[in-house]
Design a protein around this ligand. Structure first.
Ligand code: UD1
Ligand code: PEP
Length: 421
């Protein structure tokens, strides 16, 4: 048996939705907490399966973990240096943040390869190069890494690509290295700043986050603290797209609009009407005559690769031809075949797609091949005629907190049930 999300399309959405804490910050903040010698309390934790998997890993490390709604309290006081080799490691990408955190804490870590969405090959060579530069010896056997260092010594590390994961992971190790580490060509995503903010509250000395150059002065001790996670700009962007596609008047709360400038400007170019009011955005959607636009995914503050898939669904409703160019994950186009099953007209080229619209969409059984493909299919299901059944919902549940209920509150018709495999 397999679970599906079933959407009866065509209902106009109205009302208010509140955005949860950012998945891509949360999944780094939780491993970062183990660097502390005292309890760390994090607020605004989204209810997603990535967090459940991380909580299992914390318990394997003998951390005390209390989850109470949106609050997690992590007490690493009695934690132990235990290899992370259970299935929970493969449930998500971000388990690899335990590499940096445990290397920083114990100068040694044994951990399996991480999981996460398959978006084409996702090497971690830049993370490993960074750890080596700090003094770690790395061996790899049976899908498992062993990283060991006599001591970690700060140094200058240039990233060939401004990788989010490598920037955070190196930062996690470097906060406990001896002396100064400089990360050049660092990534600048808001989630990196959030992680640096937590580490700073724990006692780390970090300068330059949000710029190309991050400087970290290692410290001997990090202590407990309290932190509130930034809102999820990808969930917010997904709801902006949903509201543009299927909404009449939808208010999306708990947004940092500056984090979404690239998407907002593309939606305006398409003709979507929006008002930004403080930390909310009001979207007036479902109008005829959307215009096609061209998108090129880029590192922050460019157009986020995680939003190109859900935006593609909206582009199927624009009158004319839109082009999407991927510069981050050249194979991130599996959603296109699924959308074509629902009546879209999308051709996939080299690291690109061409969307010809407007095409009415019809319900079908489709597969969430990855998390944001799942989001693209939810958008499609909401505007399609008839019923859409989305399989592999575990991908969606990795990154969207209570998506069914949030949409039902806006007036969508959504259920979940089991079907034969
Ligand atoms: C948990 C998390 O935060 N996931 C996000 C993070 O993934 P993630 O941290 O994996 O993304 P990166 O920024 O590291 O990857 C960007 C590009 O660099 C390449 N690369 C990366 C590391 C490395 O060692 N070697 C290498 O070649 C990747 O294959 C990819 O082509 O940023 C991506 C890009 O914004 C988002 O799509 C993901 O949602
Ligand atoms: C690709 C994503 O996540 P992850 O890196 O956790 O697989 C995503 O959030 O779109």
């Amino acid at each position: 048996m397999a679970e599906v999300i079933a959407i009866e399309g065509g209902y106009k959405l109205n009302g208010t939705v509140r955005i949860s804490g950012a998945k891509n910050a949360t999944v780094a903040l939780i491993p970062a907490a183990v660097l502390s010698d005292g309890p760390v309390e994090i607020l605004g934790v989204p209810e997603i399966s990535d967090v459940e998997a991380l909580a299992i890993l914390l318990e394997e490390l003998k951390c005390k973990v209390e989850v109470d709604g949106e609050r997690i309290r992590i007490d690493p006081t009695h934690m132990e240096d235990i290899p992370l080799v259970s299935d929970a490691v493969n449930k998500l990408r971000a388990s690899y943040y335990f590499m940096g955190a445990l290397l920083g804490k114990y100068k040694r870590v044994k951990i399996k390869m991480p999981g996460g969405c398959y978006l084409g090959p996702r090497p971690i060579d830049l993370h490993l190069k960074g750890f080596e530069a700090l003094g770690a010896k790395i061996t790899y056997e049976n899908d498992t890494y062993l990283l060991e260092a006599e001591e970690l010594v700060g140094t200058s590390i240039y990233l060939d690509f401004a990788s989010v994961g490598a920037t955070i992971n190196i930062m996690l190790a470097a906060v406990r290295a001896k002396g100064k580490t400089i990360i050049e060509n660092a990534a600048k995503e808001p989630e990196i700043i959030d992680v640096a903010n937590l580490l700073t509250k724990m006692g780390a000395k970090i300068r330059g986050v949000g710029t190309d150059t991050i400087t970290i002065e290692g410290v001997d001790y990090l202590g407990g603290t309290f932190h509130e996670i930034i809102p999820d700009r990808i969930e917010a962007g997904t709801f902006l797209i949903i509201a543009a596609a299927a909404g009449e008047r939808v208010i999306i709360q708990n947004i940092i609009p500056q984090h979404l400038e690239a998407l907002i400007s593309k939606l305006k170019e398409m003709g979507v009407k929006m008002d930004v009011v403080g930390d909310s955005i009001v979207v007036y959607g479902a109008k005829e005559g959307l215009k096609p636009v061209d998108i090129k995914t880029q590192i922050y503050p460019g157009f986020a690769t995680d939003l190109q898939q859900p935006l593609t669904t909206l582009l199927t409703q624009a009158q004319g031809v839109s082009h999407v160019k991927e510069t981050i994950y050249v194979e991130r186009f599996k959603h296109c075949g699924q959308l074509n099953k629902m009546g879209a007209n999308i051709e996939v080229g080299e690291a690109s797609s061409m969307i010809s619209g407007a095409t009415p969409l019809h319900g079908a059984r489709v597969e969430a091949t990855d998390l944001r493909c799942g989001a693209a299919l939810v958008v499609a299901g909401l505007i399609a005629s008839g019923k859409t059944e989305i399989t592999n919902v575990y991908h969606i549940d990795r990154g969207y907190d209570n998506i069914d209920n949030k949409l039902i509150t806006l007036g969508a018709h959504i259920t979940r049930y089991e079907i034969e495999d």
